[in-house]
Design a protein around this ligand. Structure first.
Ligand code: 13P
Ligand code: SF4
Length: 354
């Protein structure tokens, strides 16, 4: 739906008043009405780097979800303030791994006698606490655009990886990019005693996958791939690596949101694409590339928006920008110093990956 012209004008005026004091970051899954005010857009890796590249901005307004704003706070200087326009914009995947559960898991690995061989690799989509745990135990953060490099690095440091919290990104990267088999991976269920695994299973595994998933990408199915192939002959199926393994195995191409955009930019006129990622992005790409004769459809019509990404809407953005313009700091996301120090270690290991 078109944005309310009144709100558009208010957002524009507040942003102009703030000038260089404010820098607005927008994740690709944000609504059109919000993304039009972003100074930069990107996937979570690009935005983490972009946040750190604006030391002169007093306010970083993060149009995305909570873990992204935390990461921006960790990577920016102490006097820069990171603001999330709606504090309820969390991520159900990040919520699937709590600090207590992960500490308990480490005890289980210690009991099994393997903790010393294990390197944690945590997906960006995790709380600052989980990133701090990762840094403390010699591990790195990864995103969907550098998961392979992160795993290669981790297997130079140790024999096993504990991958948190997205089982699908972990499994897909291990099997597709690292030559591992499904049998090399075990699934650690934080709701079961010992993760539901025996010490022997843990000792035999190369990849210990946390039982977390994305509630949006986890809903694409093998059936959706088969249906779209039947409906649109010659279609290229392109999905995000947060999708389930059988979906990724049946797709033609797999990659992060930035990869998806680049693939479509490079696609020839007349080509047909079914995309398995968040709906705001797919719609925007379909509209952008339609004039070039590229047909882009959503992989499965029963899957919908990421509801927490969508919490950031134009009214919240207007309220945020107008508050800041009046000198009122609202919705600041601030990670405590000790957590920040260890989380930063893990994030910097990621940024140093080749
Ligand atoms: P990327 O931005 O790394 O593609 O991740 C997708 C996602 O789910 C962000 O929440
Ligand atoms: Fe979290 Fe999935 Fe939404 Fe990304 S798309 S914020 S992983 S729930």
């Amino acid at each position: 739906s078109p944005s309310d012209p009144d709100l558009v004008e208010r957002a524009r005026a507040a942003k102009e008043k703030l000038g260089d004091k404010v820098f607005v970051l927008g994740h690709h899954y944000q609504r059109d009405e919000v993304i039009q005010f972003a100074d930069v857009t990107g996937d979570s890796f690009k935005l983490a780097r972009d946040a750190a590249a604006r030391p002169e901005a007093e306010y970083i307004v993060f149009c995305g979800v909570h873990f992204m704003a935390e990461s921006a706070d960790i990577l920016t200087s102490d006097d820069q303030k990171v603001v999330l326009p709606d504090l309820a914009a969390g991520c159900s995947m990040a919520d699937m791994a709590t600090a207590e559960q992960v500490a308990e898991c480490w005890d289980v690995l210690t009991e099994a006698g393997i903790a010393e061989q294990v390197v944690p690799v945590s997906y960006m989509n995790s709380s600052a606490d989980i990133k701090a745990f990762t840094g403390k135990h010699g591990g790195t953060i990864c995103t969907s655009s550098n998961a392979k490099k992160a795993l290669e690095w981790a297997f130079e440091q140790g024999e096993k990886v504990l991958f948190l919290p997205d089982q699908h990104l972990g499994r897909n990267t291990a099997v597709r990019d690292m030559g591992m088999t499904l049998e090399d991976c075990v699934l650690y269920n934080p709701h079961k005693p010992n993760g539901g695994l025996t010490a022997e299973q843990l000792r035999d595994a190369k990849m210990i996958l946390w039982r977390g998933h994305c509630s949006v990408h986890g809903r694409f199915s093998l059936e959706s791939v088969e249906d779209v192939r039947a409906r649109i002959p010659g279609v290229n199926v392109l999905v995000h690596p947060e999708c389930r393994h059988e979906v990724v195995a049946a797709a033609d191409y797999v990659g992060s949101t930035e990869y998806i955009i680049k693939a479509l930019e490079a696609a020839p006129a007349g080509s047909k694409w079914a995309i398995g990622t968040e709906l705001n992005l797919v719609r925007r790409l379909a509209n952008r590339f339609a004039p070039e004769g590229k047909e882009i459809v959503f992989l499965d019509k029963t899957v919908c928006f990421c509801s927490t990404m969508n919490r950031i809407d134009l009214p919240h953005l207007v309220w945020t920008l107008e508050s800041l313009a009046e000198g009122k700091l609202v919705n600041r996301i601030e990670v405590d110093k000790e957590t920040e120090a260890f989380a930063k270690l893990a994030l910097e290991r990621m940024l140093a990956l080749p």
